[in-house]
Ligand binder design. Structure first.
Ligand code: NAD
Length: 367
């Protein structure tokens, strides 16, 4: 039976979800709320949604499923508003917030006793881009789509959500909201703090030591890439997961102190062990395998640093969809080739490897 889905917030995540839902359910009606007109207009013009509003409450009673894809604070405010509306019986309310406990707690508080179902969710895909203009039907492909069930979730809720979102081609997984926030504090929230601190430390240092800017290369770039993330989103993430993140900061300070002490003692063995242990742990980690959280399908081509060579390779790959191209121009230590091309899936990667090895003499390495 065709359903009516209401997506509130037609930003990168909400609009990409609309596209993914339409892919498998072209008969579903998708309603969209957005505060600003620009994303509403784009979503309508690109057929991501069927109808749009700037008045959140107006479409809510029409929906079988409501997805709040808004900043965390606003998600909580809208859950509170939904509690006072006359919604369809059994409506499913879900969200996309990057932290879960605050949202799930609010839902359990405001929606308890109402004839609605709630399931927290966090699609673990995204980018630094914002707004409906950046929507991408493939954004969630192979990404974890985390559900955090609560007292307002039944097994049927989960099945209905998985069916609704099948066109996202994501990997669905369930986890307790608090555990979600603990895990993401370590592998996502704290690394963002670290990247931004390192960036700020370096910028301050470079005022006195100008060459620091010029010499910053591959390793520094890898460590600070996420310092370019959207500040508003990260502020709300930190503020909605305070205790857990503070705990990670304290733990890290102790680790830094330990290395500092080993250096000041000149303890060669301890320093060697420190690096060696980290190296072994990283090599054993999921990110080295296909299908890890951030996995992409990367191919490295060892080519001379000449523009026409790169153009020639891209010409060979015409018709294969690339997700990223990186030219490692400065520092070739620890990378396999100067040209790094990322693909969305294994078939495209294999096709590209075949095309390049058949048509050129360049060495191709797949990590
Ligand atoms: P976005 O900036 O592209 O979109 C945010 C949406 O919220 C827009 O539609 C905007 O109009 C709306 N909005 C913002 N403040 C509002 C307010 N006060 N009242 C009403 N509407 C308001 O951001 P996004 O990346 O789509 O993020 C949406 C949610 O998804 C956030 O909770 C974010 O934490 C989460 N998320 C983001 C990513 C990512 O990497 N971008 C990944 C996973 C989850």
């Amino acid at each position: 039976m065709a359903k009516t889905v209401y997506i509130a917030g037609l930003g990168l995540i909400g609009a990409s979800m609309a596209l993914g839902i339409k892919r498998d359910h072209p008969d579903y009606e998708i309603l969209g709320y957005n505060r600003s007109q620009a994303s509403r207009d784009i979503a309508l013009k690109e057929d991501m949604i069927d109808r749009a509003t700037d008045d959140f409450v107006s479409f809510a009673p029409l929906a079988d499923i409501i997805i709040l894809s808004l900043p965390i604070k606003q998600t909580i405010a809208f859950i509170q508003e939904l509690a006072n509306l006359d919604l369809k019986d059994g409506v499913i309310i879900s969200d996309a917030g990057s932290t879960k406990s605050a949202i799930v707690d609010a839902a359990e508080q405001y929606l308890a006793g109402k004839p609605v179902r709630f399931i927290g969710a966090h699609p673990m895909a995204g980018s630094h881009k914002t707004g409906a203009a950046s929507a991408d039907v493939n954004l969630f492909e192979n990404a974890y789509y985390i559900f955090t069930p609560s007292s307002l979730t039944g097994q049927d809720t989960l099945e209905e959500m998985k069916d609704l979102l099948s066109g996202l081609h994501a990997r669905f997984i369930e986890i307790d909201a608090k555990e979600h926030d603990r895990v993401t504090s370590q592998i996502s929230h704290f690394p963002h703090i670290l990247a931004s601190s390192l960036m700020e430390q370096t910028a301050a240092y470079a005022q006195e030591h100008e060459m620091a800017r010029r010499f910053a290369a591959g390793g520094f770039r890898d460590m600070t890439r996420i310092a370019e993330s959207e500040p508003g989103m990260w502020t709300s993430i930190l503020l909605s997961n305070r205790e857990t993140i503070l705990d990670r900061i304290e733990d890290f300070k102790e680790r830094l102190d330990e290395v500092g002490q080993a250096i000041s003692k000149g303890d060669e063995e301890q320093i060697w062990n420190f690096f060696n242990q980290a190296r072994e742990q990283r090599q054993a980690m999921e990110i080295h395998k296909r299908g890890g959280v951030d996995s992409s399908y990367d191919l490295y081509v060892d080519v001379p640093d000449e523009e026409d060579v790169i153009l020639r390779i891209l010409e060979l790959l015409r018709g294969t969809s690339l997700v990223n191209i990186h030219i490692n121009e400065e520092n070739r230590e620890d990378i396999h080739g100067i040209l790094q091309i990322s693909f969305k899936n294994a078939q495209d990667l294999e096709r590209a490897e075949h095309l390049i090895t058949e048509n050129t003499d360049y060495t191709v390495v797949i990590k």
